[in-house]
Design a protein around this ligand. Structure first.
Ligand code: NAD
Ligand code: TYD
Length: 352
């Protein structure tokens, strides 16, 4: 069985659904259910005996240890984190607490459990830590995409806290021999994405007739990875990744934010046109830039292709269309996540 942390969030939720659609190995899903955690995502598993949900904090050593002792997982996949850059700017404390102190607690609980396993189980055990390309900082236009050997240079409280957690994971391998692998992925998008992030925010704001906020000049570049491609990469790394290694996961889809927003508008014009016949791009609104905004991220995912045979399936064009179609078909999920707490954040971040 697998222990998945943060499996009620965007990527973790997709991973758990995908995993159980593809095999019968059970999953213990351990999640704090912060504003970003959503049990609605896991509704298809409500009566599935292969899925065990535990409500808890990765930093709660007593609870994590008792879950490990009860379920005896062969691997831990750690998605649990505070993940939104803008929130980290407004309030970094939760990011330090979960991403650094929480990861430390989780590593200690897992180390204690792992060290008491029998020789064979200890050998095959894995701790897979999910990280981000943001730990590498910002790329110049002329620079090659981030490879695994790029020096860390995080610029936001979020990326600094993720970088710190990556260093802890690395040290627990080198010092204690904990069998870890780390993945650093680019920006994910797809179903069940919480609408504080660019792509779902723009889809839902467009349909609601609201402004589509583009920070600064909209020329910042992100490398977009369809979430199901990310899930398949994690499966591959979990199965065959080399201990202590890191693997970059990216979609080979570098896009400027303004192009992403315009693409979403174009597809929405086709699939769900505005009643007044105007394009959704009329709603684009340039707003004040994010402080310390990284200009460009891009991932060189050749190591994962070369060593473990993984490649993404979706291009940005196919993935964004699937994503928009999913949001159009799932207004019930959207209604439940855009609760009072969500509206408070939107008011705080974007004003009226
Ligand atoms: P998310 O914010 O959607 O979900 C995070 C989940 O973790 C939520 O369900 C939340 O309840 C849970 N959680 C938060 N604090 C916790 C704690 N202390 N204990 C237990 N659970 C806790 O995030 P996501 O987008 O699904 O990201 C998952 C992982 O992937 C994160 O580690 C993130 O840093 C990384 N990542 C995300 C992206 C992206 O584009 N979304 C890109 C690169 C890396
Ligand atoms: P986001 O989805 O927050 O991911 P990250 O900051 O982790 O890359 O943002 C993606 C890009 O979109 C980033 O360059 C910031 C920009 N952005 C906007 O222009 N407007 C918005 O309202 C948001 C949320 C993001």
């Amino acid at each position: 069985m697998l222990l998945v942390t943060g499996g009620a969030g965007f990527i973790g939720g997709n991973f758990v659904l995908d995993w159980l659609a593809g095999c019968d190995e059970p999953v213990v899903n351990f999640d704090k259910l912060t504003y970003a955690g959503n049990l609605d995502t896991l509704k298809p598993l409500e009566r599935d005996s292969r899925h065990h949900f535990i409500h808890g904090d990765i930093g709660d050593r007593e609870l994590v240890s008792s879950v490990l002792a009860e379920f005896r997982p062969r691997a831990v996949v750690n998605f649990a984190a505070e993940s939104h850059v803008d929130r980290s700017i407004h309030g970094p404390g939760d990011f330090i607490q979960t991403n650094i102190v929480g990861t430390f607690g989780l590593l200690e609980s897992v180390r204690e459990y792992w060290s008491k396993l029998g020789a064979d189980e200890r050998l095959s055990f894995r701790f897979l830590h999910v990280s981000t390309d943001e730990v590498f900082g910002s790329l110049k236009a002329s620079e090659a995409p981030f490879s695994e050997t790029r020096a860390y240079a995080p610029n936001s409280p979020y990326s600094a806290s993720k970088a710190a957690s990556d260093h802890l994971v690395r040290a627990w391998h080198h010092t204690y021999g904990l069998p870890v692998v780390t993945t650093n992925c680019s920006n994910n998008y797809g179903p069940y994405h919480f609408p504080e992030k660019l792509i779902p925010l723009v889809i839902l704001s467009a349909l609601a007739g609201k402004p589509l906020p583009v920070y600064g000049d909209g020329q910042q570049i992100r490398d977009w990875l369809y979430v199901k491609d990310h899930c398949s990469a994690i499966r591959v790394v979990l199965a065959n990744g080399q201990l202590g290694e890191t693997y970059n996961v990216g979609g080979w889809n570098e896009k400027a934010n303004l192009d992403v927003v315009r693409t979403i508008c174009r597809i929405l014009d086709e699939l769900s046109p505005r009643l007044d016949g105007q394009s959704y791009s009329e709603q684009i609104s340039f707003v004040q830039d994010r402080p310390g905004h990284d200009r460009r991220y891009a991932i060189d995912a050749r190591k994962l292709a070369r060593e473990l045979g993984w490649k993404p399936v979706e291009t940005f064009d196919t993935g964004i269309r699937k994503t928009i179609e999913w949001y159009l078909a799932n207004d019930g999920w959207v209604e439940n996540v855009t609760s009072g707490q969500y509206r408070d954040w939107m008011k705080h971040q974007y004003g009226k």
